[in-house]
Design a protein around this ligand. Sequence first.
Ligand SMILES: Cc1cc2nc3c(=O)[nH]c(=O)nc-3n(C[C@H](O)[C@H](O)[C@H](O)COP(=O)(O)OP(=O)(O)OC[C@H]3O[C@@H](n4cnc5c(N)ncnc54)[C@H](O)[C@@H]3O)c2cc1C
Length: 484
Amino acid sequence: MSRVLVIGSGIAGCAAALGAARAGSDVDLVTTATEPRDTATWWAQGGIAVPREDERAFVEDIVTASDGTADRATVESLVGDARAAVEDVLVETAGVDFDRDGEEYDFSHEAGHARPRVLHVDAATGQSIEQRLFETVARRSAVTVRTDTAALDLLVGASGVGGAVLEGREPIRAGGTVLATGGIGGLYPETTNPPGATGDGIAMAAQAGADLADLPFVQFHPTVYLDGETLLVSEAVRGAGAVLWNADGERFMPSVHPDAELAPRDVVARAVARERDRTGRVTLDVSAIPFRAEFPGLADRLADRGVDPDAGIPVGPAQHFLCGGIAVDERGRTSVPGLFAAGECARTGVHGANRLASTSLLEGLVWGLRAGRAAAGSEARPAPDPSLPTRDPDLPAAFAAEKRRRLQQIVGEHLGIERSPAGLKRAVSALGRLRGELDAYTRTRSSRSLNQLYSATITAESIARAARATDSVGTHRLEATRAD
Ligand SMILES: Cc1cc2nc3c(=O)[nH]c(=O)nc-3n(C[C@H](O)[C@H](O)[C@H](O)COP(=O)(O)OP(=O)(O)OC[C@H]3O[C@@H](n4cnc5c(N)ncnc54)[C@H](O)[C@@H]3O)c2cc1C
């Protein structure tokens, strides 16, 4: 079996490392994370959805949430593997102790699901999964973990990818390289994601010539506490019975969608944005549910921010998830030999234009295992020595901060919840100019901050270009404005 390099230590990276190690490979897992909370996986609250002898209904819910754009065969393969992967890897191997109601699991109900099918650990499921899965993987003798280490670029030869260049270390050569670098929240001024989500894997794959797909489909979470440090208020809270009010005292969701607060995420997010603009404020009313008893972790985090849930939780939409990414097949293979991808940076076809709640952890787990296994069987291939410059490694902090602000301003203005053709055109040229300015720096320096900025800019430009060529569907909504 080949040596495998896995980049990223969230659920997808850990599952890939496990899949490759189980297949007999030696695995290097490199991650910018210094602790589990540096992954989006750690932040997941609601849980992980699994079928309950209702595979067909689960498939339908995923396809419906996607506006009919998800790839049905791919969804069926996800749902078919779901229960076994969760039981085997999370429960039996990692020891995640999902909440129970007597002998049975305590399944919670989330928006877009026809019935309760979400496994959870309180409303802090991700913490438990990430902590235990990472420890399990790191304990395996075949896996070498390097934390606080960024992959800066891929080693690309004539026959494909043969490893990666790392920050401050020798490059790692591998037969199979798995990208599991997570999402793109760092491109946006307001996001639920942890700070390291800068689209690094997507940019590295694009530069290696790999196909990307479904990039316009950026999901915004409808109920995020935005004043100061952002805090996602899980869909499970609406699933339990919380409702949304505008500042005029109207419960607006019943007139927007028959499922009211449990409508698909993009529908709720757009309605919340509209009502905030129109009336000034939207609050989530938790008075009908035993909020503190059912969501103690969330109640504590709100208390830390000085929010009294009894008075209604002020909420608004924030960037949350990228449905598209690096195009992969059912085994996690990209269009470039030797390169694999899994998790949020990958586009499997499961989410189409919009993701159903609590299916991302599941997708990362299932495709992580598959990509790790496939990478283990990938032949070693010659790759050139890295060409990255190593002198003058520090990017002046003020330079990076100013460019990041500009990037986020362009992305927030033009690649948000509602977009316009004219805005997308402006975004493409503004992001192209920014990339041009950064190009000059990347020729003389390599550092993590420069790399993250450059990756974020390349990814944003790719999203803007793809969005310009895509009609309104799912999370990608084009509004004609007077300026168009
Ligand atoms: C607040 C919040 C709540 C959520 N709730 C849910 C939920 O209830 N259910 C659900 O299914 N989904 C949920 N999601 C989405 C889900 O958590 C993520 O989509 C999923 O965890 C992504 O997993 P991943 O392994 O792909 O990426 P991550 O978990 O983000 O891991 C990415 C890893 O890549 C590393 N990395 C990045 N760039 C580099 C680089 N250049 N070099 C080396 N390492 C790098 C990072 O350090 C990190 O270790 C939630 C997301 C958020 C933010």
